[in-house]
Design a protein around this ligand. Sequence first.
Ligand code: ADP
Ligand code: MG
Length: 610
Amino acid sequence: MAEKMAFKAEVNKMLDIVINSLYSEKQIFLRELISNASDACDKIKYMALLNPELSKDAADLKIKISADDKNNTLKISDNGIGMSKDDLINHLGTIAKSGTADFVNNAKDNGSSVDLIGQFGVGFYSAFMVAKKVEILTRKAGEDKAWFWTSDGVNGFEISPAEKKDSGTEIKLYLKDDAKEYTDTIYLRQIIRLYSDHISYPIVLDLGEAGEETVNTGSALWTRNKAEITKEQYNEFYHHVSKNFDEPWLCLHFKAEGNLEYTGLLYIPSTQPYDLFQPDQKNGLKLYVNRVFISDKVEELIPNYLRFVKGIVDSSDLPLNISREMLQQNPLVAKIKNGIVNRLLKELKKRSENYDDYMTFWKAFGTAFKEGIYEDFSNREEIAALSLFASTHDESKLTTLDEYVSRMTSDQKAIYYITGDDVKILANNPQLEAFKAKGIEVLLLTDPIDEFWTQVLLKYKDKDLKHISQAQDDLTFERKGEKAKDDDLKALAEFMQKTLEGEVAKVIPTEKLTTSPVSLTVENGQMSLHLERLMRNHQQQTAFASTKILELNPYHPLIIKLSASLKDKSDLVKEMTLILYDQALIAEGEAIKNPKGYMERVSAYMLNCI
Ligand code: ADP
Ligand code: MG
């Protein structure tokens, strides 16, 4: 008896998008089904290692493609792991992966989401681009029962018990009338070579009376000689392992020799994946031991800040029966990881010499990469050297720390930075006025991670790295023009401090401002206003807040006048203090507490001017 089941709601939506909007590149369905068959062969090979009873099932693994042009069907068979009834329901009836909802939304927004199919783990459904009906006959290795699954991709699916001699899966597509070309063996051979040549199991094309032909090269791509691999083959392998379909920005194929031998085939995508900053995202490299697939997404092989790197590592020095738990403790795994990091950093260094090229990488992954300055103690300085920053030197171009150092003035004591939400707001922060006056460059840091790595990278090469609020003493420069009288200024500062009680801890004169009357800063060494804001936004702000200081510019005409008028017009000075404080907050990118009060005050003064 066949059981009828409905697809989960999101599957229906997704099928609709896959079938209807991705029409133009429908031949990729074959790549997806072959990729699944190859994964299934990987899995049985690995299972057989742990369970020798299965080893007879894991022999002669291959993928077979047979077309029937009379009945207009196409069959893709493998003798891999197969599927149990639960597998069929869970893997083909629902989309278990958390990215599905994102896929649906993404595909709706930008239409051309063929690139995303694999990435979201919905490759199987691409079969419905060419098939009006799909039948699956499958038996899981180690189980007696086989199952028959069928669906038209619209009205759910049916499952019934079946018979099957060997373990593995047969997928039969009843082709749509406009997909007849997929019974043409010449065309099939061509697309298999194009998309699936790197697959490490033989892909055998059934030629009917003419026999069978193995179409792909059939040896694992990374074991082949670099000189014999074309760019297209490297790219297709990238699509297979990463499930991305962009052009990789970096492809690194290497063999480490010596007392620890391993091969790596690593890629950096050219575009940022949607989930780069999703904390629950599993990353990592695929691990093989002597060409036997061991595990997907081995996080122990790549540090978190390089989580965007995709690819495989194959080592003959690891034990074949290594389990996931053992990976965490194995010292060789840690060594391989270090080796990989060194190679990647070296490669990035080479590529960083071409600014435009490097910017492709930096735009997509720079924010994640900078986490390494914080995270990877032993490579801290190297990662910092490979990082790019906005700076006051040139708004149109990011700078490296080395370039910054080369521009430092002779009496400049440190590398200075300021942190905030937005480069433009930062560039106009009054706190930078003295730096501009002295011709000192300041880095404008706007990523939340910048607040953290700057806490640990206190020096770069032999130069101190300092927030501009720590620069007080270094910034004397010659001042000209009228200045508020000392006594008046002192009285004004005291008056303002009282007026702003609860808001700022101190009001003090400064020599650092040129064009702004006031500016807000924090006590030297304390959490910056930006970090405080970040913590507040993440509801992590608890008891501690930095001591805020309002600085006055004694050379500014407004401050001169205010200090001279305090005795006679204290009510007015009080009003203006409130306005000035709000302005200082605005310049910092902070929200003001009473926008309406601010507007009313300013409007009142504007009225006086007309
Ligand atoms: P993904 O390959 O990213 O997991 P797919 O939609 O391509 O997503 O496949 C969904 C799941 O269906 C696979 O993860 C696998 O568990 C199962 N599956 C698909 N094809 C096969 C097959 N030929 N043999 C065994 N399992 C398969
Ligand atoms: Mg797949």
